[in-house]
Ligand binder design. Sequence first.
Ligand code: SF4
Length: 219
Amino acid sequence: MGAARFESGDSLRRIVSPPSTAAAVVEQHLAALRACTLCPRMHKPVVVGRPVASRVLLVGQAPGDKEPKLGRPFAWTAGRTLFKWFHEALGWSEDETRDRIYFAAVCRCFPGKRAGGGDRVPAPDEIAHCARWLAREFALLRPQLVLPVGKLAITQFLGERPLAVVVGEKFRITYAGHAADCVPLPHPSGASPWHRMEPGKTLLHAAFAHVAAHPALKI
Ligand code: SF4
């Protein structure tokens, strides 16, 4: 991204967990999520992140074929770009980012490949099935800041709108009865040049300025 760091990493080390949400409750949630079999066409295992009781919730789209083998979201090339963005904006390593942000997704299982190549886009019924897990995470974590990554994730919170209209902005959303700020991010996939070209580069920088300035990362 080529962005300057907005804050020192040290000043951002103290992300406060919701007082009523013990890590054990998040662990229990993840154990139930790992056992989910609601979507027969989805490939197993279910991919989940670390049991982080964070007020910052990142929502990806769906894992690719590498993530189930490696056992974590954003484990491959898109993840490298995503964690580079966090490092450039906040000074966080990948490990620190995974420890400070709860990683959710629109769908938590790899959908499989399309006949013509590329990953299958999750079907509406699969998105609806997995939304119940996302709603549960909103209830458990009560996030102050939501970071949807990529069009499919952004659409769940803001409807279908062009990336150039939503990236770089901060929105107030209500999801599953919970109000939060929402800062959309483009998908860091190498397949899409959007974030490497203008206006994408400038809008991505503006989005991370919102992230870095957010109170959920400053408490
Ligand atoms: S995509 Fe979500 S709802 Fe569907 S089987 Fe996987 S974890 Fe369950």
